[in-house]
Design a protein around this ligand. Sequence first.
Ligand SMILES: Nc1ncnc2c1ncn2[C@@H]1O[C@H](COP(=O)(O)OP(=O)(O)O)[C@@H](O)[C@H]1O
Ligand SMILES: [Mg+2]
Length: 796
Amino acid sequence: MSRFVDKLPFFDRRSSPMEEAEEIPRNGLLHMHHHNYPPQQHQHSGVLMPPQLSPPAGASRASITLAQLLKRVNDARSDASSPVSSPTHSHYTIELGASVPGSTASELSEHNMMNSNAGGPLLPFELKFTDLTYSVKQRKKGSFLRRRGTAEPEAPRMKTLLDNISGEAREGEIMAVLGASGSGKSTLIDALANRIVKESLHGSVTLNGESMDSNLLKVISAYVMQDDLLYPMLTVEETLTFAAEFRLPRSLPGKEKRKRVQALIDQLGLRNAANTIIGDEGHRGVSGGERRRVSIGVDIIHDPIVLFLDEPTSGLDSTSAFMVVKVLQRIAQSGSVVVMSIHQPSYRILGLLDRLLFLSRGQTVYYGPPSALPSFFVDFGKPIPDNENPTEFALDLIKELETMPDGARDLVEHNKSWQKRMAPTNNKMTNKHHDSGDNKPAALSLKEAISASISRGKLVSGATDGTAAVHSESNAPAATVSKFANPFWIEMGVLTRRAFINTKRTPEIFAIRLGAVLITGFILATIFWRLDDSPKGVQERLGFFAIAMSTMFYTCSDALPVFLNERYIFLRETAYNAYRRSSYVLSHTVVGFPSLVVLSFAFALTTFFAVGLAGGAEGFFFFVAIVLASFWAGSGFATFLSGVVTNVMLGYPVVVSTLAYFLLFSGFFINRDRIPKYWLWFHYLSLVKYPYEAVMQNEFSDPTRCFVRGVQMFDNTPLAGLPEVLKVRVLRAMSTSLGVDLGTSTCITTGPDFLAQQAVGDLTKWDCLWITIAWGFLFRILFYISLLLGSRNKRR
Ligand SMILES: Nc1ncnc2c1ncn2[C@@H]1O[C@H](COP(=O)(O)OP(=O)(O)O)[C@@H](O)[C@H]1O
Ligand SMILES: [Mg+2]
């Protein structure tokens, strides 16, 4: 069987979606529009023609802001008949057959402009990086101890992670960074993707000669991390749809967004898996290769111009890895710059790469096309054996050299001299997509290139009215690119819907919470069954309230992992401004609230009547309200903590001990008037204090209810053991000596008396309720602040 399969070319035996994808234009959005082009316009394709921007009359080209350029996406869409020249110069051929001179104009337009051939040697996008150097302070192991021993402190050693790396990546090509693990691949990708703070990174990264502003970069680029961070319970299609809703501009109709998602599903070869959930350890879902492609899809939904990927193929079998790189090649050919790191490419993958950059300990040991590898190593005196994968050979050789005292220095030097010798020819060699290539391609300015790119349907996002000003370096007029694709309420809606789907697909989580509350309620109900109004019953009521109110808070610690589980998804999504952090906090709250209501009713129904609490219907509803408020404040507290700590294991000890202190200072174990003055502040911070006092007042505020009557006053004293007759006689004696008439049915302590004894009463029960609710809001605001401060995305 394998013999048979091996003979077939890759596409023939792979599932059909890959093939279908060839037919589907990359920019499904503009597909319709391109159909409407007058056919003759395509005949200009050979002519080098700057994209006609049709600026308002009198406006000079310099005054066109980026926002205006971006807005043209819409103009181009709505105004098909306007004389927009077709910027076909920038398209590479995917299917060469489609653009042979003999094909008719209508055939050409059928195939979209994507497939018309590149005529002139014009190069829209060129990502250049020069002399990138990045060092970090290295903390020596045990230096703390040694520093004590030696008199002078050791100067921090610097470790150079990147050492003078230069090169360039071009539209239509895949540039691959290779090297052993630890050679600095991820660091280089981070440096290019503007993920290292400016102060630490030396050298320059420019796109078409302009250094990129980070806000602009966020709009036109994408960064695909090494790990797949996806919601496991969403299907592939849902995942991409949510990504589309976050990143595509609001001005784009929903139908177009759905089209884009469908085009992407085909492009990524995910048609067969479209309705499968992503899955995780506990749920079967899509395969590893498919998940990788979904991750890539999420990041390229807006059709970025520059795409960075960190080891997109690691951990995949060779077929899946090839599929991924094939997809990347197609993305590059649709007009993107693709830069990726790869651990060890297979022979087939090597054939898809256009430029290689080999790293060894942060230094370049080879930079050039794969085809030049053999001659490079022949020059070095170590020719590549015939039937060996050149990259494997190179990596092995580098590894071998690294074990020597000099490291790979010889190779680094050899590369430097080789680069100098090859400089004039290198361009030509790597420029394989351009048929002429006899001279260096003319680069467009960044704005021209972006506008050209946009007018052919690239960069789906960003075509909205601006909110954040983007200043380009070259002192050009400030252009505005909106920071977020959607307004606040749409983000809220989408986030809420996504969280709701997630919740719905994992009903067991809510079931367990409900079960926990019901069981707690049941146990409390049986233990505190029908408490009476005797002094004993009063003490037991107190105990019930204390345990019930603190249980509410303990139950809430399950809010802790909710955010921690999706923390990294959140960080990734906010890193490229998919939505505002505030919308996330709000939707997080909104989605969690209904379950709190259900839990409150469940707890109140199981305990209120069973224990025999006072107040009738009004009392019951107040009890529900205060339980709900406790849940609200408690889950707010746990949520806030989850924003501060990064790990569930760190979170639980903090929650549990803090709640214990809250309970201790709540006023149940020690009354407020007995708490030491210097601890009184903590009593007021105690979250348990307010609901505890609220239920106490709800229970005991009725002055007509009597809790100690006549001889009951001896119940908790040494006289409790006396026979009833004797107790009555003592009562009489007290009555005469006090001069007050004390009968066996005289009320000694009413509810309010009891509250006063307990030092409860500085606040009314309604005050307590509002304060508890306010705590809940405060913690959520703090959570928001912790997200604002905590989500740094750059390396130092
Ligand atoms: N903050 C840091 N401090 C010290 N060394 C670091 C730091 N970050 C990364 N490194 C080191 O830099 C080298 C390159 O890391 P990385 O770029 O992740 O390698 P790769 O992606 O090629 O495996 C590794 O040796 C790593 O240990
Ligand atoms: Mg890495």
